[in-house]
Design a binder for this molecule. Structure first.
Ligand code: 3H9
Length: 700
């Protein structure tokens, strides 16, 4: 037996114990260990078998690091076959999260018991995969096809209580899990309970409404955003209804193999590990002390400040919202209440939860009342002088060791820190709007930010449900700095021959949640207009802003005014192409002497996305981002870049950096100017046949 699995007999029950930290993933030694133990149990005098895991969780799935490498025996289906065909009842004892291959192992057992805090699920779709060890066949046999489809295509876990109600878990154990599981096993033996093999259940095709799968396929494909796994999952469930189980399992295996070798799954696995990697700060010792965060304060109760306050309250951390006047405070609190109200309406939160969370949010207009906060986050509008003033006040009021953070999107964090006598306690926490929804938190490290302050905030980010990525100080940090070229090229494409809908639908087909032109309408065209005026960028190349400026000046500010680049249906907010705008674009193009031409999807994608890659490469070389994979995390979690493309840097790696580089050089030749000057790092990697992933590996 492998070291990862041990076997003993307790009270005439064979106990297979998996111990493979951190999450008992089904690596080769675990698979081999379980197989050996089940075989041994067939030969000894045990009367039942309990499969139990040590550490924080039951098996959390296949070992994702093994995908893409040559498979090693025993394969998971062999292990499952041994469990299912055992001559003695096998009981899975679940705690933590039985996910993916882990839940599939449990489904191959004859019975499942779990503690109340446990969860089960098949999250493979989140890795661009489908459950490849019988999950698509066994789950619908006990949960029903519809419930199985929901669970597998959403990838969301099911809590033990609900799983029990659905028949996925047979018994909820109170107290010690292993003791309870052995007791349950004895009861089963003594009552002569049968060996329940889920595979023996037959799904009656007559129970499936006509057109069910066709509709399911349409539904999943409509929101697939470049993912192919949801479609293949529907095929597997269809097979569960139509084919005998062995043939259906073969079909599942075949489709799993297609997915595991697909670029989509490689990209999604990349993001899985990138997310975890991004939380780690290079050069920071593991034992860096962390400050206690028991109380937070937010300066500014606008949309951002309110959203950030909600993040703290949602995580159970008391938070005080500070505003300049009672009226402003009142408005801020009202917005928060309204937002919670929407969540209640959607059935995602109960009234009691809202009450508890609102109870954690206090309001004040007095700095003295936030003096004892462990962290203060300033979220007022983007004015450096105002921010400096606030930080000087915080410096004078807050207790020593308090972390002073700014939610600025582009101001100089070092200049803000210099307004205090304790720049080591100052850093940036850049939330994304709406702050209570968007997962990304860019943590900005100032020149003098102390290690322990940084480590504390990275940990706090996870506690409030965020995915953290570290950025150095520069204009716009990682995400917004890169975005400039993306928006610019989208606008230039309009002048050169595209319609807004052509640009948007091409990028949406690529997988972006919303195309760049429609995104401008959503954010408000007046925002950029005002920023351009205050920065005095009139001297810059006017072409990328020309149409937008005309739209704003004619009262078309985007969705909020019912029209921008598109017109919007007042009820559905559906965008409607507008010939008036198309005429305006043609006029502007003519003014600049631009000859309009046919532009294909391939050029639209390269023109919009390669600037992200190019700027990303500069950011990497400058050390603003720690890793290329951190940049991918920023884009997937903060800018809705499709996970199935892995973020801009992973996408560039998949295309091949040589091709990306040559294309950028081609655009530079075609369009001239500094916009397309290729990044040095991109050139180096392209010329040496390297990739961003390799660059990361050399520098982690
Ligand atoms: C599958 O099962 C396919 C089968 O259907 C078919 C097979 C034929 N493998 O997230 P954390 C690492 S597909 C390898 O920070 P938490 C993770 O990288 C799989 N490594 O902890 C991290 O490493 P490090 C289906 C894994 O407590 C460390 O463990 N299963 C795996 O916040 C801690 O992770 C899934 O998709 C893995 N499967 O959350 C479940 N899982 O410390 C994926 C984790 O070096 N896992 N690691 O950065 C999760 O969702 C979460 O990790 C879990 C724990 C909820 C379990």
């Amino acid at each position: 037996m492998s070291q990862a699995v041990s076997y003993s007999i307790q009270d005439r029950v064979g106990v297979i114990s998996v111990n493979s930290p951190p999450v008992n993933a089904l690596s080769q030694p675990v698979r081999e260990g379980i197989l050996d133990a089940v075989r041994q149990a067939q030969r000894d005098d045990s009367e039942a078998i309990v499969l139990h895991c040590q550490g924080r969780t039951f098996i959390a799935g296949a070992d994702i690091t093994e995908f893409g490498k040559p498979p090693r025996e025993p394969h998971l289906p062999t292990v499952l076959g041994a469990l299912e065909n055992s001559s003695k009842p096998v009981i899975a004892a679940i705690h933590g999260t039985a996910l993916g291959g882990g839940f599939e192992v449990a489904l191959a057992c004859h019975y499942r018991c779990a503690i109340a805090s446990a969860k089960v699920g098949l999250p493979e779709v989140k890795l661009g995969l489908l459950p490849g060890a019988g999950g698509t066949q066994r789950l619908p046999r006990i949960a029903g096809v519809k419930a199985a489809l929901d669970i597998i295509t959403s990838g969301n876990p099911v809590a033990a209580g609900k799983a029990h109600d659905m028949g996925l878990v047979n018994e909820i154990i109170e107290g010690d899990l292993l003791e309870g599981a052995i007791r349950y096993a004895r009861e089963l033996v003594e009552s002569g309970a049968p060996l329940k093999r889920i595979r023996d259940i037959v799904i009656d095709p007559a129970t499936i409404e006509p057109g069910f799968f066709e509709q399911a396929r349409k539904r999943v494909n409509a929101r697939a955003r470049g993912q192919i796994a949801p479609d293949r999952i529907v095929s597997c469930l269809e097979a569960a209804v139509e084919l005998p189980i062995d043939q259906a399992l073969e079909r599942e295996r075949e489709l799993f193999r297609e997915l595991v070798t697909s670029p989509e799954s490689a990209a999604m696995r990349h993001i899985f590990f990138a997310e975890r990697q991004a939380a780690k700060i290079k050069g920071l010792p593991k034992n860096t002390p962390e400050r206690e965060i028991g109380k937070a304060a937010i300066i500014g109760g606008g949309t951002m400040g309110g959203g950030i306050a909600m993040c703290f309250a949602n995580a159970g951390i008391p938070v005080t919202l500070l505003e300049i006047s009672d009226g402003a405070l009142d408005r801020g609190m009202k917005i928060i209440r309204k937002n919670y109200g929407i969540t209640v309406k959607r059935g995602k939160l109960g009234e009691d939860d809202v009450k508890r969370r609102m109870g954690l949010i206090a309001g004040t207009t007095d700095y003295a009342e936030i003096a004892d906060a462990d962290i203060v986050i300033e979220a007022v509008f983007e004015n450096l002088e105002l921010k400096k003033e606030i930080f000087a006040k915080l410096d004078a009021t807050c207790k020593p060791e308090a972390i002073l953070a700014t939610n600025t999107s582009y101001q100089d964090v070092d200049a803000i820190a210099a307004a205090t006598s304790r720049p080591e306690d100052v850093l940036g926490t850049h939330f994304f709007s709406p702050a209570n929804v968007m997962r990304l938190l860019e943590v900005v490290r100032g020149e003098k930010t102390a290690d322990d302050a940084l480590a504390t905030v990275m940990k706090l980010g996870k506690r409030i449900g965020k995915v953290c990525a570290l950025s150095g100080v520069c204009y716009g940090f990682i995400g917004n700095r890169m975005l400039g070229g993306y928006g610019r090229e989208a606008q230039l494409l309009l002048l050169e021959g595209c319609t807004p809908q052509q640009v948007d639908s091409t990028l949406e087909r690529f997988g972006m949640a919303m195309g760049p032109v429609a995104m401008g309408d959503l954010a408000g065209l007046d925002v950029g207009y005002k920023a351009r005026q205050s920065r005095g960028t009139a001297g810059d190349d006017p072409r990328p802003y020309a149409v937008s400026t005309r739209l704003v000046e004619s009262g078309r500010h985007g969705q909020k005014t019912g029209a921008g680049f598109y017109r919007y249906d007042s009820e559905t907010r559906k965008r409607i192409p507008d010939p008036e705008v198309e005429a305006m674009i043609r006029e502007e193009a003519e003014k600049f002497g631009i000859e309009r031409r046919e532009i294909d999807a391939d050029e639209i994608i390269a023109r919009c996305l390669y600037p992200l890659v190019n700027e990303g490469a500069k950011i990497l070389k400058e050390g603003i981002a720690q890793r290329a994979s951190d940049i991918d995390v920023v884009y997937v979690f903060g800018y809705a870049f499709p996970a199935a493309k892995g973020g801009p840097m992973c996408y560039a790696d998949q295309v091949g950096l040589k091709e990306v580089y040559e294309r950028i050089c081609g655009f530079q030749e075609q369009h001239g100017g500094k916009n397309w000057a290729p990044a040095e790092l991109l050139r180096e990697l392209a010329e040496s046949g390297g990739s961003f992933a390799e660059w990361d590996r050399g520098r982690v």
